[in-house]
Design a protein around this ligand. Structure first.
Ligand code: SF4
Ligand code: SF4
Length: 92
C-alpha cells in the first residue's frame, strides 16, 4: 500500500475521484462555524487558520465559511481570540 505524507497509509489517495466524492456536500459534517459580527474585529486569523481554505471574506470585511469546503474541524473557532465563532450543530 502506498504511503502518504507522514507515513499514513494511503488507501484511496488525496485528490482522487473517491476522495473528492467522499467529501462532496460535506453530508457527514456534524458542526459548522457561525460568526458573531458583534464580536468580530476583522483580524483575519480565522481565514489564515482554516486548513481547507473554507473561510472566506464577505461584505464589510467580515468572514464566513464556504459550506462546500468546510469540514467542521473548529480550527477557526479555536484561533478566534474574541470568541466570535461558535461551532453549531449541523442539523438543528
Ligand atoms: S479570528 Fe475572530 S475576530 Fe478575527 S476575523 Fe476571525 S472571527 Fe473575526
Ligand atoms: S470549521 Fe474548520 S474547515 Fe470549517 S471553516 Fe472553520 S477551520 Fe475551516
Amino acid at each position: 500500500m502506498k504511503k502518504a505524507a507522514g507515513g499514513i497509509e494511503q488507501k484511496y489517495g488525496i485528490g482522487t475521484t473517491l476522495c473528492v466524492a467522499a467529501c462532496a456536500g460535506q453530508a457527514w459534517r456534524e458542526k459548522k462555524p457561525v460568526w458573531d459580527r458583534q464580536r468580530c474585529f476583522k483580524c483575519g486569523m480565522c481565514w489564515l487558520a482554516c486548513p481547507d481554505a473554507a473561510v472566506r471574506p464577505v461584505d464589510q470585511g467580515f468572514y464566513d465559511s464556504d459550506p462546500e469546503r468546510c469540514k467542521g474541524c473548529g480550527m477557526c473557532a479555536a484561533v478566534c481570540w474574541n470568541d466570535a465563532i461558535t461551532m453549531a450543530p449541523e442539523k438543528v
